[in-house]
Design a protein around this ligand. Structure first.
Ligand SMILES: Cc1cc2nc3c(=O)[nH]c(=O)nc-3n(C[C@H](O)[C@H](O)[C@H](O)COP(=O)(O)OP(=O)(O)OC[C@H]3O[C@@H](n4cnc5c(N)ncnc54)[C@H](O)[C@@H]3O)c2cc1C
Ligand code: FES
Length: 274
């Protein structure tokens, strides 16, 4: 069992989770993830590592279904059944480039270790974070530490640029030299950003979130099609070239257990709240 050191909702629906761990930090690198399981009956779910030290690892999660709902009820001193990692391939590091890093929902937090690593490798980092409204943005101060520029984008215009990330991205690419775009967040954000950069020929790396089970390359559930070839998100990724992703297959595969996920959540809520 693994001890919860902290669990805190930082903006509506998004929680910080700090779990005691003495070993993960030794091998952790930007872009990697861990698998957690709230309890013995729970599902194993992948979450990006957003920070780590000698005593703990930190994740951020968005409450969307049964497993994340269970994690959202944890308090300091509670325990979770599984913590495995670090898993996946780390972010491929580049040096002396001009990089635009984009994050939305839980991806704002997932950007943090990657931006830190990009900055430590002498890259010029422009960070764009987006949300429906200003009250859903977070960690601006943490991200600013490793960003040369940080811009906020809200769909309702309550902070920063009003509109969608693609408008801001197009403007930025037209006015500035951009060598690489890096994106973390929901599938729609990674898809939209990749489609936006494609006509400009700017290399775009996206963190994908296919459904995973074992996360060690054994079950095949996380398969994605990259440049016409089948790859496993857990061991070949989770980061891939966004211009090579077969988005239709990814979006369809993410929905295959929708019925079971809805049933599981209503069953859990009936059991818990009556
Ligand atoms: C490598 C990797 C890293 C990941 N890192 C993170 C992370 O750092 N933080 C994090 O919050 N999640 C992350 N995810 C996604 C996370 O694993 C899933 O959200 C989680 O498994 C959901 O489990 P659940 O049981 O709560 O919901 P489920 O019952 O599995 O899903 C509930 C429903 O929510 C829908 N749903 C899932 N994601 C979203 C979304 N973004 N917006 C709206 N609806 C959605 C699904 O379609 C489904 O119908 C990552 C996934 C991968 C593969
Ligand atoms: S999750 Fe099973 S092979 Fe990737």
């Amino acid at each position: 069992m693994y001890k919860v050191l902290k669990r805190e909702q930082i903006v509506p629906n998004i929680h910080l989770l700090v779990i005691e761990s003495e070993f993960i930090y030794k091998n952790a690198q930007a872009g990697e993830f861990v698998v957690v399981r709230a309890d013995e009956q729970g599902e194993r779910i992948p979450l990006n590592l957003v920070d780590w030290d000698e005593k703990s690892v930190t994740m951020l999660f968005m409450e969307v279904g049964t497993s994340t709902r269970k994690l959202a009820t944890l308090n300091s001193g509670d325990e979770i059944a599984t913590l495995a990692g670090p898993l996946g391939k780390p972010t491929e590091m580049v040096k002396n480039q001009r990089i635009v890093c984009i994050g939305g929902c839980y991806g704002i937090g997932a950007l943090y270790p990657v931006i830190r690593a990009f900055k430590e490798n002498n890259n010029y980092v422009t960070t764009l974070i987006e949300a429906r409204s200003s009250f859903l943005l977070y960690w601006q101060d943490k991200l600013k530490q490793y960003s040369d520029e940080l811009h906020e984008v809200t769909r309702d215009g309550t902070k920063g640029f009003r509109g969608h990330i693609n408008d801001v991205l197009v403007n930025h690419i037209k006015k500035n030299k951009v060598d690489l775009v890096y994106v973390q967040g929901c599938t729609y954000l990674t898809y939209l950003s990749s489609e936006t950069t494609k006509p400009f020929g700017v290399k775009t790396i996206v963190g994908l979130n296919p459904i995973m089970v074992d996360a060690t390359g054994m079950c095949g559930v996380c398969r994605v099609i990259i440049n016409g070839e089948t790859k496993f998100g857990c061991v070949d990724g989770p980061e891939f070239d966004g211009h090579q992703v077969d988005w239709n297959t990814l979006l369809a595969r993410r929905r295959i257990y929708l019925g079971e996920e809805r049933y599981s959540l209503s069953f859990y809520e009936c059991e818990t709240y009556g």
